[in-house]
Design a protein around this ligand. Sequence first.
Ligand SMILES: *Cc1c(COP(=O)(O)O)cnc(C)c1O
Length: 223
Amino acid sequence: MKVEDNLREIQQKIETACERSGRNREEIKIIAVTKYVSVERAQEAMDAGITDLGENRDDGLLAKWEVLEDKPTWHFIGSLQSKKVKNIIDKAAYIHSLDRLSLAEEIQKRADHIIDCLVQVNVSGEESKHGLPLEEVKPFIASLKPFSNIRVAGLMTMAPFTEDEDLLRSCFRKLKDLQQDIQALEESYAPCTELSMGMSNDYQIAIEEGATMIRIGTALVGQ
Ligand SMILES: *Cc1c(COP(=O)(O)O)cnc(C)c1O
C-alpha cells in the first residue's frame, strides 16, 4: 500500500473520531513511526504530507536524520539509555520517554537549549511496560523544576495490547485526568499541553479521549 492511500484512510478516521468527540482536527498531530521501514519509505511519508517522524532507537533516528533532505520534526519515542542521550539531543525536537531523574540529569547536561520532553506513564501497570506508575508522576514532575533545559511538554503512554475498548478508554482517560492535574499547577516549566497516546490499533479511541499526538507505524508506513 502507498503511504498516501494509508494516510487518506487514517485522516478520515481521525475526522470521524473528532466529530464523535467534538474535537478540532487541528489539535491532533500524526507522528509517523518509521522504526520498521526504510529511509525511502520515510521519504514517501513526507512526500504524502507527513511532517513529524518517530523512532525508538538512537541509531535508527540517526540513520534517517542523516539522509532525509526535507528535515522532519523528530520524535524520540523509545526507552532511552542515558549514554545514548548525546546522540539524539540535537536532533530530536521531542523526547517522549522521560521516566527517571538520571535521564533528566543527562538531558540537562547535554542540551544547549530547552528540550520538549514528555513524561512516559505506565497507566496499565503492566510489568512489561516502561514508564512511571500514575501516582509517581506528579512528584517526579515536581522534581524536574530545577532543570532549566527541560520543559514538560506533556505525557505519553502505551496502552495495553488489547481489543477491549473499555480498558483502552479508561487507560487514556486516566492520562488525560493526570494531565489536567498537572496543568492546574500552572508551572511554566510544565505546560503539559500534549498527550501522546494512540497507535495503529487504538488511535481513534485515543483521539476521542484527548490525544494530541498519535504515533502510527504499521497502519501508515507498514511493518
Ligand atoms: C512502534 C511504536 C509505535 C507504533 O506502533 P504501531 O502499532 O506500529 O502503530 C508507537 N509508539 C511507540 C512507543 C512505539 O515503539
